[in-house]
Design a protein around this ligand. Structure first.
Ligand SMILES: Cc1cc2nc3c(=O)[nH]c(=O)nc-3n(C[C@H](O)[C@H](O)[C@H](O)COP(=O)(O)OP(=O)(O)OC[C@H]3O[C@@H](n4cnc5c(N)ncnc54)[C@H](O)[C@@H]3O)c2cc1C
Length: 248
C-alpha cells in the first residue's frame, strides 16, 4: 500500500470518538511465554486503530464490582474485525490472572477503544522501537503494520528481556530486532547482556536518530531508555513514551 493511501486510511481514526463499550468474543488464545498469552478478540463495532493505541477492558463481578485496565493492541489494523491483546500475568493482579486462568475461546469480554493519539505510528520514517518486557506489545503492532504496509521504512526494535523464556513474539523477531537479556540469555548467546546502556542504544539508533523513537515498558525502563536516547542524539520531541506502571 502506498504511503499516502496508508495515511489516508489511518488518519480518520483519530477524528472519530473512541468506541463505546462493546462485547467482544475471544476467537483464539495463544501462549507466548510461561507468563504471557495473546488473545484474539472479534469486535462487533470494530474500527481501525492506529498502531500503538490501546483498549480498555472492563470486568464485572456478579455483585457489581468492576475492575478496568488498559491493554495495547498487538495486531495490525489490517486484521479487520479483530484485535489481539497480549497480556502478562501478574501473580497478585486482578485482571491479568482472569484473562490467563479463566477466559477460554468463545468467551465474551467487555471492552472499549481504541484510545490515545500520541503514542501512535502514522507512517513516519525512520523509527526506533525500544521495549522492556511486555512493553514490546504496542511496538509489535507498529512492527507488524510496517511489515504489512510499508516494509521500506527503516525500523529497528531494541528489546530488553529477562531471560530466553521471556521473549514475547519470538518467532516474529528478525534481523530488525536487537535483544538484550538482563538475567539469563539462551545457551551460546553471543549478543548483548544486561540492561540498556549507552553503547547498545547508540548501536540500535545508528542511522535512525533523525526519526521517531517509541519507548514502552515499566516506569524505570522508560526513564532509563529515554535518557539514553537523548544522549544518542534523539531530540526530546522525537521520543514518545508509554508506561505500563502499576495502576494503584
Ligand atoms: C496504556 C497502557 C497499555 C497497557 N498495555 C498492556 C499490555 O499490552 N500488556 C500488559 O500485560 N499490560 C499492559 N498494561 C498494564 C495493564 O493495564 C495492567 O496494569 C496490568 O495487566 C496489571 O493489571 P492487574 O489487574 O492484573 O494487576 P493489578 O491488580 O492492577 O496490580 C497487581 C499488582 O501489580 C502491580 N502492577 C500493576 N501493573 C503493573 C505492571 N504493568 N507492571 C508491574 N507491576 C504492576 C500493582 O501495583 C499491584 O501490586 C498497560 C497499561 C497501560 C496504562
Amino acid at each position: 500500500m502506498a504511503r499516502a493511501a496508508l495515511l489516508e486510511r489511518l488518519t480518520p481514526v483519530t477524528q472519530r470518538a473512541p468506541g463505546r463499550w462493546q462485547i467482544g468474543t475471544v476467537t483464539a488464545i495463544r501462549r507466548e511465554t510461561p507468563r504471557v498469552k495473546s488473545f484474539r478478540i472479534a469486535l462487533p463495532m470494530w474500527i481501525a486503530h492506529l498502531p500503538g493505541q490501546h483498549y480498555d477492558v472492563r470486568l464485572t463481578a456478579p455483585d457489581g464490582y468492576r475492575a478496568q485496565r488498559s491493554y495495547s493492541v498487538a495486531s495490525s489494523p489490517c486484521d479487520e474485525g479483530e484485535i489481539e491483546l497480549t497480556i502478562d500475568r501478574l501473580e497478585d493482579g486482578e485482571v491479568s490472572p482472569y484473562f490467563h486462568d479463566v477466559l477460554v475461546e468463545g468467551d465474551q469480554v467487555e471492552l472499549r477503544g481504541p484510545f490515545a493519539s500520541y503514542f501512535v505510528w502514522r507512517g513516519e520514517s525512520p523509527v526506533l522501537l525500544v521495549g522492556g518486557g511486555s512493553g514490546v506489545v504496542p511496538l509489535m503492532a507498529i512492527l507488524r503494520h510496517r511489515r504489512l504496509t510499508m516494509p521500506e521504512v527503516p525500523m529497528r526494535l531494541l528489546y530488553s528481556v529477562r531471560s530466553a523464556e521471556d521473549v514475547i513474539f519470538e518467532r516474529e523477531l528478525g534481523e530488525d530486532a536487537l535483544l538484550t537479556y538482563t538475567r539469563e540469555p539462551p545457551a551460546g548467546w553471543e549478543g548483548h547482556r544486561g540492561r540498556l546502556e549507552e553503547a547498545l542504544v547508540a548501536e540500535a539508533a545508528r542511522s535512525l536518530a533523525s526519526g521517531l523513537a517509541f519507548v514502552c515498558g515499566s516506569n524505570g525502563f522508560v526513564e532509563a531508555a529515554t535518557g539514553l536516547l537523548l544522549a544518542s542524539g534523539f531530540e526530546p520531541r522525537r521520543v514518545r513514551t508509554e508506561r505500563f506502571g502499576p495502576t494503584g
